[in-house]
Design a binder for this molecule. Structure first.
Ligand code: ZN
Length: 178
């Protein structure tokens, strides 16, 4: 996965001891939203970003503790309908590929002896293509739509947002810890 380097200035890097629950604002464009997108949490720590260490301990309304949360390999990040579209499209493509593969597998045995060879070849390639789509489509969509990269190691969570949508909110959390 190629990581864009020129986003560093507009991006926002945060590290926190606990998992942060962000406000109902899209992490990519800043629009008010109640939609979320699942984001996978990678093990280990990022090496090439400067992380602003933010302590959000003591703001219970914004912290989701609990062992289940810690064990979870992914988290939900607010992301508006427009910005999460690649995720939805990827998911839809994945479903479409499953359906297509199902149809091929269903029709295959029936027509394998009656269709011309070239059509059979096309169907085999189509089957392979659909198979790859099933495996990759939703992952790719999720990767494209994800507004953040998240890592976790023994010292806590590292969030790297591609946009500065939470910059003000983060400053407020730092300025007024309870
Ligand atoms: Zn958005």
């Amino acid at each position: 996965m190629i990581r864009a380097k020129n986003t560093a200035e507009s991006g926002l890097a945060i590290s926190s001891k606990t998992k942060i629950v962000f406000p109902d604002v899209c992490a990519r464009c800043g629009a008010q939203t109640h939609k979320t997108i699942p984001v996978k949490i990678k093990a280990g720590s990022p090496h090439h970003h400067n992380f602003e260490v933010i302590s959000l301990l003591g703001t219970p309304g914004h912290i989701a503790g609990g062992i289940n949360e810690l064990l979870a390999g992914s988290t939900k990040i607010p992301c508006c309908r427009v910005c999460r579209r690649p995720y939805v499209v990827g998911y839809a493509v994945c479903i479409a590929c499953i359906v297509g593969e199902g149809i091929l597998c269903y029709l295959g045995p029936t027509y394998v002896n009656t269709v011309p060879e070239w059509l059979l070849m096309i169907c085999i390639f189509l089957g392979l293509f659909l198979f790859i789509g099933i495996i990759l489509a939703s992952t790719i969509g999720q990767e494209i739509a994800a507004p953040v990269r998240i890592w976790r190691d023994a010292s806590g969570y590292y969030y790297y947002f591609f946009s500065g949508a939470y910059r003000d909110w983060t400053q407020k959390q730092r300025a007024h810890p309870l």
